[in-house]
Design a protein around this ligand. Structure first.
Ligand SMILES: Cc1cc2nc3c(=O)[nH]c(=O)nc-3n(C[C@H](O)[C@H](O)[C@H](O)COP(=O)(O)OP(=O)(O)OC[C@H]3O[C@@H](n4cnc5c(N)ncnc54)[C@H](O)[C@@H]3O)c2cc1C
Ligand code: FES
Length: 291
C-alpha cells in the first residue's frame, strides 16, 4: 500500500550492539518477506524488512550503518516517523519440512515468517548465523518458538562453528548421500556406492521440502551451490528508492525484475536466470558495484 502514514514509535528494544527493534501500534497486514519504506522527515526514505507483525502491531529490526540509521538510533518512544507499505513479494507458506538459512541482520524477518509457518503446520529448521557471538540475533526469541534452531558463528564463540552455509552443507549433503544409497550396491558395482556414505545412518538425515534464505547475497550464492534439486526462495536486499516499480533502481539483469515489486523474495526459477546474482549490485546512482 503506497499511502503514507505517520506513526509514533511504540517500543524500542536494544537487541545487540548497533541493532534495535522498533515497534509500532498499527495494523499493517503484511506478509512475511515484505518490507516498508520509512522516513524520519529529515531526509531520505529507506527499506526495512518486517521482523514481526500481529493483528495490531508490527516491528522492524535495524542495524546502525550510516547517516539515516544513525539518526533513527537517536529516536525515543513517542517520536514520529512516517511509513509506506508493506511492499513486495512474500515467502511461499509451506506446510512441509523446511530449512531457513539466515545470516546477519537479515535474520529477523525469519521470526515473523517462522510464526506464520508454524501456524500452517510446517516443521522448521532454522540456521541462525553470525560472524561472532556478539552479533548473533534473536537467539532467545527463536528459541521460544520451539523450532529446530541451529545457532552458528563463524568463529565458534556460540553454537556451532562455521558459516550458515557450512551448516546447510552438512544437512543437505547428507541428503545427496541418501540418494546415492537408494538401491543397494551389487557385488562389483561401485557406481552407487561412495566411500563418504560408508557407515552413514539413513534415519539421521533430514529431508527438506523447501529452503528459504535471507542474508548477504554472497551467502545466498554459496548456498545455491549446495541446495541441489530442492525448491527454494531467496530474499534480496538491493538499493531501492521508490518501492513501487517506477524508478528502476532495483532492477536486476537480464530479466529486468524489479526487486521492490516482483521481489524482494524470488523463487528458484527466477534466481537461476539472474546473471548478476553474486557478481554485482548497484549503488544509488545505478553504477555497478562488484562483489
Ligand atoms: C528489501 C530490503 C529490506 C531491508 N531490510 C533491512 C532490515 O530489516 N534491517 C536493516 O537494518 N536494513 C535493512 N535493509 C537495508 C537498509 O535499507 C539500509 O541498511 C539502510 O538504508 C542504510 O541507510 P544509512 O543511511 O544508514 O546507510 P548508508 O551509509 O546510506 O548506506 C549503507 C549501505 O546500506 C545500503 N543502503 C543504503 N540505502 C539503501 C536503500 N535506499 N535501499 C537499499 N539499501 C540501501 C547500501 O548497501 C549501502 O551501502 C533492507 C534493504 C532492502 C532493500
Ligand atoms: S525501487 Fe524504484 S523500481 Fe524498485
Amino acid at each position: 500500500m503506497n499511502k503514507r502514514i505517520t506513526l509514533k514509535i511504540a517500543k524500542i528494544k536494544d537487541e545487540i550492539k548497533d541493532i534495535k527493534t522498533f515497534s509500532f501500534k498499527y495494523k499493517l497486514n503484511a506478509k512475511p518477506g515484505q518490507f516498508i519504506m520509512l522516513t524520519d522527515f529529515e531526509g531520505g526514505e529507506k527499506p526495512f524488512s518486517i521482523s514481526d507483525c500481529t493483528k495490531d502491531e508490527f516491528s522492524i529490526t535495524i542495524k546502525k550503518i550510516g547517516e539515516f540509521t544513525s539518526r533513527l538510533f537517536q529516536k525515543d518512544v513517542g517520536d514520529l516517523v512516517s511509513i509506506r507499505g508493506a511492499f513486495g513479494s512474500s515467502f511461499f507458506i509451506s506446510n512441509g519440512k523446511v530449512l531457513l538459512v539466515g545470516g546477519g541482520y537479515a535474520v529477523p524477518t525469519f521470526y515473523f515468517f517462522s510464526k506464520i509457518l508454524l501456524e500452517s503446520g510446517a516443521n522448521i529448521t532454522l540456521i541462525n548465523g553470525a560472524r561472532t557471538k556478539d552479533e548473533l540475533l534473536f537467539v532467545e526469541k527463536f528459541g521460544k518458538l520451539g523450532i529446530n534452531l541451529i545457532n552458528t558463528t563463524d568463529d565458534g564463540t556460540f553454537g556451532e562453528k562455521g558459516t550458515s552455509v557450512d551448516i546447510a552443507r552438512k544437512l543437505l549433503v547428507s541428503k545427496l548421500q541418501q540418494n546415492q544409497l537408494v538401491s543397494k550396491p551389487q557385488l562389483g558395482d561401485n557406481s552407487r556406492f561412495h566411500p563418504a556414505t560408508a557407515g552413514w545412518k539413513r534415519e539421521n538425515v533430514d529431508k527438506f521440502d523447501f529452503i528459504y534464505a535471507s542474508g548477504p547475497e554472497m551467502m545466498m550464492k554459496a548456498l545455491q551451490g549446495v541446495i541441489g534439486e530442492i525448491e527454494y526462495e531467496f530474499l534480496f536486499e538491493r538499493y531501492m528508492k521508490c518501492a513501487i516499480g517506477i524508478c528502476g533502481s532495483c532492477t536486476v539483469d537480464p530479466l529486468g525484475i524489479r526487486l521492490c515489486v516482483e521481489g524482494p523474495v524470488l523463487p528458484k526459477k527466477i534466481v537461476e536466470q539472474l546473471t548478476e546474482f553474486g557478481k554485482y549490485h548497484r549503488d544509488a546512482s545505478g553504477k555497478r558495484i562488484l562483489y
